[in-house]
Design a protein around this ligand. Structure first.
Ligand SMILES: C[S@@+](CC[C@H](N)C(=O)[O-])C[C@H]1O[C@@H](n2cnc3c(N)ncnc32)[C@H](O)[C@@H]1O
Length: 325
C-alpha cells in the first residue's frame, strides 16, 4: 500500500519535471508517453477502432493469418518460454497469439509491461476472466527502466514483443539505442518480435493522425487536460490546435499542438509564454522501409529471422534473433 503510494509520488514528480523541462526548451515538447492516463487509454482505444487508423487492422490481419507459424517459431518443440511485451496496452492483438499458444498446450509465462497502470489493470481483468489458464504477471513501468530485468535468466527462451509500431515514437538514435540495449540484455536463441508501420501513400498516413471526427486531436488535447488535472496547470485546450504533418523523406509523422494566440500558461507556480502559433511537439510516429528496419536489426546486433506482412503490405511484424557467435 505505502509502496504503491510512494511509487505514485515518484511518478508524479517525474511527470512534473519532464513537463517543466519540455516547456522550457527552445522547441517546446512533451513526451508522448504521457498521453496514456485513464482518459488517454480510452481515447487510444477509440483511435484503434477508427477506419482511418489502418495500423491496428493491418497488424490484426498478420496475427490472424500467421498465428500458427508464430507459435511454432516461438516454441518449435513446445519448450516453455517467457513472453514479455513492452507497451502491451489492451493486448487486443496479443490475445490472438495467447489463445493460439494455449490451444496447443505450449507452456509460457506472459509478462505485459506498460507505463499506464490503468491499461495494466484493465488487461489484468480481461485476462483473468477470459483466459483462466494463462500464467501472467503485469509490470508497471517505463520500457527503459524495466530493460534490466530481462537478463534475469530462468533458463527459458525470452521472446520480447514490441507491437503497434511503438518503435516509431523514437528518434533514429533512440530506436538504435533501445534495440541495441534489448539485444545486449537477451541471450543466444532469444527473439525480438517488432511490429512496424511501413512507408506508404503519404495521404493515407496523414489521415490516420488527422481523422475528420477529431478523435486524434482529442487524444492530444487530453495531454493538456492531464497536466491541468495532475499538475495544477491552467491550459485552455480550446486555445490550441492539433497539427499533424508527414514528411515522406524522413518518414516522420509529427504531431504538435499550436498555440492559436499569444498566451501565458501556469503550471505549479511556473509561467510559460507562448507566441502565437508556437508549437508544443507531442509525438513522432516514424514510418520505416523494410530496408531501414533490417539495417536497424543488424546495427543493434540481431539477425532477421523472418518478416510477416498484412495482405496490403501496410505493416510488418519482423522477428529478430540473437545468434551465438
Ligand atoms: C500505441 S499504444 C500500443 C498498444 C499495443 N502495443 C498495441 O499495439 O495495440 C502504446 C502503449 O505503450 C504504452 N507506453 C507508451 N510509452 C511507454 C513507455 N515509455 N514505457 C512503457 N509503456 C509505454 C502506452 O501506455 C500504451 O499502452
Amino acid at each position: 500500500m505505502f509502496e504503491t503510494l510512494e511509487k505514485e509520488i515518484v511518478k508524479q514528480k517525474q511527470f512534473l519535471t519532464d513537463v517543466l523541462e519540455g516547456l522550457s526548451s527552445e522547441t517546446k515538447h512533451i513526451s508522448s508517453k504521457y498521453f496514456y492516463d485513464k482518459k488517454g487509454d480510452a481515447i487510444f482505444q477509440q483511435i484503434m477502432h477508427m477506419d482511418e487508423y489502418y495500423l491496428t487492422d493491418a497488424e490484426l490481419n498478420i496475427f490472424e493469418t500467421h498465428k500458427c507459424e508464430i507459435a511454432k517459431i516461438f516454441s518449435p518443440e513446445k519448450e516453455p518460454f517467457n513472453l514479455i511485451e513492452f507497451g502491451a496496452g489492451d493486448g487486443l492483438k496479443t490475445k490472438i497469439l495467447l489463445n493460439e499458444l494455449l490451444s496447443h498446450d505450449i507452456p509460457f509465462d506472459y509478462v505485459p509491461i506498460d507505463i499506464s497502470q490503468n491499461a495494466l489493470d484493465q488487461l489484468n481483468k480481461s485476462l483473468t476472466k477470459g483466459m483462466p489458464n494463462l500464467s501472467f504477471k503485469g509490470i508497471q513501468g517505463d520500457y527503459f527502466e524495466v530493460l534490466n530485468r530481462l537478463k534475469e535468466d530462468n533458463g527459458r527462451r525470452n521472446v520480447v514483443l514490441f507491437l503497434g509500431s511503438n518503435i516509431g515514437n523514437f528518434t533514429n538514435e533512440e530506436a538504435l539505442s533501445f534495440t541495441s540495449e534489448i539485444a545486449e540484455k537477451l541471450n543466444a536463441g532469444d527473439l525480438f518480435f517488432i511490429g512496424v508501420d511501413l512507408k506508404k501513400n503519404p495521404r493515407k498516413i496523414l489521415l490516420a493522425y488527422n481523422d475528420p471526427t477529431g478523435i486524434t486531436a482529442e487524444f492530444n488535447y487530453n495531454l493538456l487536460r492531464r497536466i491541468n488535472r495532475e499538475l495544477g496547470g491552467n491550459f485552455n485546450p480550446d486555445q490550441f490546435e492539433h497539427h499533424p504533418t508527414y514528411d515522406p523523406v524522413t518518414g516522420e509523422c509529427k504531431s504538435a499542438l499550436l498555440s492559436k494566440i499569444e498566451q501565458e500558461v501556469e503550471i505549479d507556480g511556473h509561467t510559460f509564454h507562448f507566441a502565437q502559433w508556437e508549437p508544443i511537439h507531442t509525438e513522432i510516429s516514424r514510418k520505416y522501409s523494410v530496408k531501414q528496419l533490417h539495417t536497424l536489426a543488424e546495427k543493434s546486433g540481431f539477425k532477421v529471422k523472418t518478416d510477416l506482412f498484412d495482405s496490403n503490405k501496410y505493416f510488418v511484424d519482423s522477428i529478430w534473433e540473437i545468434t551465438s557467435q
